[in-house]
Structures are given as structure tokens and as C-alpha cells.
Design a protein around this ligand. Structure first.
Ligand SMILES: [Ca+2]
Length: 186
């Protein structure tokens, strides 16, 4: 016979503790470092072009640590979960960043569906319509100091996703937007 016994009260307390943990785990959203502020807007009509007239029904705002939102073929953060609206929504991100080494940079915009990428008011690249997730490289020479990028994105229907990374052209190593390096800080 074991000396270790669990009376009814202890067992009840343990079950309660597990239940409370499970409930809290479900109701408290996981938090990530708030680096980028996303404005996610549900459109009332189908979206087929990033530049089409918007007819916004509903807006939500969420902060995330990195632009790595293509989990399970959804507009989804690996830790926070689904953050889009399913179909027909726009996402707008405006963010400052600091360049630490002058030179040519390549920004890789992976999107399903379309996007427009702008730095310091200059539109660098875009994909107007729908597509399966694909990467578009966008190059720009940047001076040391503060800059601002704007990323506009839309999801029409079906699969969705958005990933942004960057590289210092001479180096070539790619970093996800939100990951600081010796080249850029967000
Ligand atoms: Ca899509």
C-alpha cells in the first residue's frame, strides 16, 4: 500500500486548479511585444484590387511583434491566432524604423493577396490583385536615420497571408520585419 493518499478535498482542489488554469488560458489572449499597429478593416463588398474604393463595415486594431502572418494559409499569427476577418478585408500598417547602415536594402513582401509598399512617401512596389502567396522584392537606398514605411494589404477570398522581411543587399541575410539587426531597428 502506498503512503501517499489523496483525500477528496485535495483531489477536488487539484481538479479546480486545472479547470481555472484551462479557463484563464482560453480567455487571456497571449501577448506579444507591440512593435507594429495593424488596422484591419472588413469591407462590405468583395475586394479584387488593392486600390479599389473601400466600403468599410468594421475595423479592429491589433499590435504584433513581427510581420509573419501566414500561418496555416490564413492571415494568422503563430501565437495570437487568426487576426483577420476571413474574406474581404484590408490591413494598413504604418511604422517608423531606424536604419543603422546606409546602402541598398531589399524588402521582401510576401502576400496573398495584394499589397502596396511605401517608404518615406515613395511607393516602391505593389501587387494589385489576387495571387497565391508569393514574394515581391522591393529595393531602395536608405540613409542612416529614421524612416517610415506604410504597408497596405488586402485579402480577397480563399487562403490568405502576409510576410515582410528585409535584407541589406550586400549582405543578403533576410530578417523578418520586427526582428532587429545591425542594419535596421523597429
Ligand atoms: Ca486570398
Amino acid at each position: 500500500m502506498s503512503n501517499f493518499t489523496i483525500n477528496k478535498n485535495t483531489a477536488f482542489s487539484m481538479v479546480m486548479a486545472i479547470c481555472i488554469y484551462a479557463i484563464l488560458d482560453r480567455i487571456i489572449p497571449p501577448s506579444v511585444k507591440p512593435v507594429f499597429n495593424l488596422v484591419i478593416s472588413k469591407n462590405a463588398t468583395g475586394i479584387t484590387d488593392i486600390r479599389q474604393q473601400r466600403d468599410i463595415q468594421l475595423v479592429k486594431k491589433i499590435s504584433i511583434d513581427r510581420i509573419d502572418l501566414a500561418d496555416k494559409s490564413r492571415f494568422r499569427h503563430a501565437k495570437i491566432g487568426d487576426i483577420g476577418f476571413g474574406n474581404d478585408f484590408f490591413v494598413d500598417i504604418t511604422s517608423p524604423f531606424t536604419v543603422k547602415q546606409a546602402g541598398e536594402y531589399i524588402f521582401y513582401l510576401g502576400s496573398d493577396d495584394g499589397f502596396i509598399f511605401t517608404i518615406d512617401g515613395k511607393e516602391l512596389c505593389s501587387w494589385a490583385n489576387d495571387r497565391p502567396i508569393s514574394k515581391t522584392p522591393c529595393k531602395m537606398n536608405l540613409n542612416i536615420g529614421e524612416h517610415t514605411f506604410v504597408l497596405n494589404y488586402f485579402q480577397g477570398y480563399g487562403n490568405a497571408g502576409l510576410i515582410m522581411s528585409y535584407a541589406y543587399a550586400k549582405d543578403g541575410e533576410q530578417y523578418i520585419a520586427g526582428v532587429n539587426s545591425k542594419y535596421i531597428e523597429f
